[in-house]
Ligand binder design. Structure first.
Ligand SMILES: NC(=O)c1ccc[n+]([C@@H]2O[C@H](COP(=O)([O-])OP(=O)(O)OC[C@H]3O[C@@H](n4cnc5c(N)ncnc54)[C@H](OP(=O)(O)O)[C@@H]3O)[C@@H](O)[C@H]2O)c1
Length: 239
């Protein structure tokens, strides 16, 4: 392993890479030598990220896609692998929130949250995993949430997506570990991004996107015999 660039040459596909946690993960993987396939809906913003990473010497290509559209998920996997080669690291990070009681949520809101946070992870992992099986290894990292472990008022729809994601992650880990594929969930508490409002909180005490990227880097630099299957990430001080 190249110590300075432990992921040298490996292809990593990161969803939700245009901002927030996904952007921090993309930057971190670039410093580790990965070649990056970046995805999100906002093509212009994504191109900006690809340019930034290319400016620092990394290979990074933007593949805009709306993950709530199954055909776009399939095309994302196909285009990324055709252009960059087999995906060895898949980071399912893209996600959206809805915070309000379930009895006030619309079916459209349910479909958007579950479609992005859960179904898209199934679809994209299903597209990428067979190649990993053939090659005998890979990493699938799903960005879950402590909301996938807890319940709170107004969290029903979001929690349903993240509890479901942890079930999907755990079972896929069981199905794929004998092929050398490690499927891991990283579950942060509140992170200082635009994802949700932080009124009245000291954002400097909150988890930062780079803290999640650090956890991703730790998981990706394990020894081959080691399998961290779940990471729970909390701030050291109450924000
Ligand atoms: N922030 C937190 O407090 C926190 C805590 C725990 C877990 N998480 C999880 O961490 C992940 C990232 O959150 P974040 O805080 O970085 O959120 P964010 O700043 O709002 O970024 C979300 C990312 O997902 C992309 N995205 C959203 N819907 C999409 C769709 N339909 N298709 C493709 N891309 C889509 C967005 O890009 P476009 O809008 O351009 O598509 C953006 O790049 C999410 O899964 C979230 O549930 C966040």
């Amino acid at each position: 392993m190249n110590v300075g660039k432990p992921l040298s040459g490996q292809v990593a596909l990161v969803t939700g890479a245009s901002r927030g946690i996904g952007l921090a993960i993309a930057r971190r993987l670039a410093t580790m030598g990965a070649r990056l396939a970046l995805s999100a809906r906002d093509a212009k913003r994504l191109e900006g990220v690809a340019l930034e990473l290319a400016g620092s010497g990394a290979e990074a290509v933007a593949f805009p896609a709306d993950l709530t559209r199954p055909a776009q998920v399939a095309s994302l996997a196909e285009r990324a692998e055709r252009q960059l080669g087999p995906v060895e690291i898949l980071v399912n990070n893209a996600g959206v929130g809805y915070f309000g009681p379930a009895h006030e949520a619309t079916e459209e809101q349910w479909d958007e949250i579950l479609g992005t946070n859960l179904k898209a992870v199934f679809l994209l992992s299903r597209a990428i995993a067979p190649g990993m099986i053939r090659r005998g290894g890979g990493h699938i990292l799903n960005i879950g949430s402590l909301a996938g472990k807890n319940t709170f008022p107004g969290g029903a729809v979001y929690c349903a997506s993240k509890w479901g994601l942890l079930g999907l992650t755990g079972c896929m880990a069981e199905d794929l570990c004998s092929y050398g594929i490690r499927v891991c969930a990283i579950c942060p508490g509140s992170v200082a991004t635009d994802f949700s409002p932080h009124a009245g909180r000291d954002t400097s005490k909150m988890l930062q996107p780079e803290d999640v990227a650090h956890a991703v880097a730790m998981v990706l630099t394990q020894a081959p015999q080691s399998f961290v299957s779940e990471v729970l990430l909390r701030p050291t001080r109450k924000p």
